[in-house]
Design a protein around this ligand. Structure first.
Ligand code: SER
Length: 341
């Protein structure tokens, strides 16, 4: 069996942790983990090589590309939606220019190796922008091509990067006399808010649900920055990893689009609180909506239509709302904060 070489950017992030854990358990691959900060201890042992560096550093990326033949690139590094509103130009540089740099590396690799390089890209429900709550209520489950009018820098970056990926996969240098050898096989999932029992997100706007969980498990009071009725789709982290791996493995001919919604459950903030209260009776949450962050949540859909992913690559979440909390999040978080629970 030939060993595959996989590049993971944003390796220290929430998805990075879970993805590297799974990939390393499959075996048969060399994982090159890259992050701006030194790679976390828990991830280190699972990787073939650790790279501390910036995706804006093209010299570093080019050096990596001369030293390895990548089969698949999971480009996870990004500034999330709340952080991106605080530093929009930095977000644009990291999210857009950084992705462009990785796509260029992928195309260089595909030319050198004379074959397709898979490029797996997590997009987000932030690409959607519903104008008001009434429209959001009526829209229900949104399809991939509806309401693509994002109002955050992050959402705009993600939507544009989806297009950029489609361009690199299908039309790159389309005026050249000789079509470039090899190509990029770009595949993307639009994730809902993700909840992990292991890691806490940083800089996102869907963070209220995971923050509520981690604070409840630690017996800490939580000031929730959205209203009780705030509702967006969420997914347990193991399902998010499954989605990436399953999309990566899907036969090319089955894929009818480059970007897929994936959904699992969509509780209101109050429903999350009520579930937590049963598990941790001291749960203390004050819903003190920050109207600016609330407005971002209100612009994201209440649910997504993931029919295409179910049809094309057998997407199916394992964790419903009940199972996610009772079988994964609550038991795992009790183990994480044992003295409190
Ligand atoms: N979780 C992300 C955020 O809140 C959305 O993809 O920014």
């Amino acid at each position: 069996m030939s060993i595959k070489t996989i590049l993971v950017t944003g390796a220290n992030g929430e998805i990075g942790h879970g993805l590297i854990e799974h990939l390393s358990e499959y075996g048969g691959m060399h994982i090159i983990a890259m992050d701006l900060a030194p790679i976390d201890e828990s991830v280190k042992a699972r990787c073939h090589r650790l790279v501390t560096g910036d995706i804006l550093d093209t010299h570093l990326l080019e050096t990596l590309s001369t030293e390895h033949n990548f089969d698949t690139i999971y480009h996870l590094a990004a500034l999330l939606s709340t952080r991106a509103e605080r530093q929009p130009t930095l977000a644009h540089r990291v999210n857009v220019d950084g992705t462009l740099n990785l796509l260029e590396i992928a195309i260089t690799q595909s030319r050198l190796q004379g074959r397709e390089i898979k490029f797996i890209y997590p997009s987000s429900i932030a690409v959607y922008g519903l104008p008001d709550l009434e429209t959001k209520r009526k829209a229900g489950k949104v399809k991939e091509d509806q309401w693509l009018v994002p109002r955050t820098m992050y959402g705009i970056n993600k939507l544009y990067n989806e297009q950029l990926g489609r361009y690199y996969a299908n039309y790159y240098r389309q005026l050249d006399a000789e079509p470039p050898k090899g190509q990029i096989d770009f595949r993307s999932v639009r994730f809902p808010g993700l909840i992990s029992a292991v890691t806490l997100p940083t800089g996102g706007t869907s963070d209220f649900a995971p923050e509520m969980l981690h604070m409840a498990a630690r017996n800490r009071h939580y000031e929730c920055f959205v209203r009780e009725d705030a509702r967006i789709p969420f997914m347990a982290m193991p399902d998010a990893i499954t989605a990436l791996l399953r999309l990566q493995a899907a036969p090319h001919e089955k894929l009818t689009q480059t970007v897929y919604n994936v959904g699992a459950f969509n509780p209101s903030a109050l429903e999350v609180f009520q579930i937590l209260q049963k598990a941790f009776p001291n749960t203390s949450v004050k819903f003190a909506s920050d109207y600016r962050r609330q407005a971002i949540i209100d612009s994201w859909p209440a649910d997504v239509d993931d029919t295409a992913a179910r049809r094309d690559w057998d997407w199916k979440p394992e964790y419903s709302l009940d199972r996610a909390f009772s079988e994964y999040l609550i038991p795992a978080i009790r183990r994480r904060y044992p003295s409190k629970a």
